[in-house]
Design a protein around this ligand. Structure first.
Ligand code: SF4
Ligand code: SF4
Length: 101
């Protein structure tokens, strides 16, 4: 076999194939949103570089009785644990704990 027989690298042949790579395996620390504390400002959603913070419709009632019409969830299949959401949350509603595998 010569180098000419090798497949060409660095080319995406199938659009959207990143969905098959569950990059959450890379994570060492895991962000967890405190739904009671979260003010739904959406900064974490805006800053997440992987777009893995999901806006989930549905009523959520906090322990103090406030009702929200949506919540934010993290898709842990793809969250790499970069911690940007933790840094950007203005009220420290996201904790960052060591991942347990
Ligand atoms: S840790 Fe990084 S990848 Fe995971 S949800 Fe936060 S910003 Fe997104
Ligand atoms: S940045 Fe913090 S307060 Fe704002 S939506 Fe995200 S978790 Fe909630």
């Amino acid at each position: 076999m010569s180098w000419r027989d090798l497949p060409v690298g660095g080319i995406i042949l199938e659009a959207g194939n990143s969905v098959k790579r569950k990059t959450g395996d890379w994570r060492v620390f895991k962000p967890i949103i405190d739904q009671d504390k979260c003010t739904r400002c959406l900064l974490c959603w805006m800053y997440c570089p992987d777009g893995v913070i999901i806006i989930r419709d549905g009523e959520y009632r906090t322990s103090s009785g406030r009702v929200w019409r949506f919540s934010l969830e993290i898709d842990y299949d793809y969250c790499k644990g970069c911690g940007i959401c933790v840094e950007e949350c203005p009220i420290e509603a996201i904790s960052f704990i060591e991942e347990v595998k």
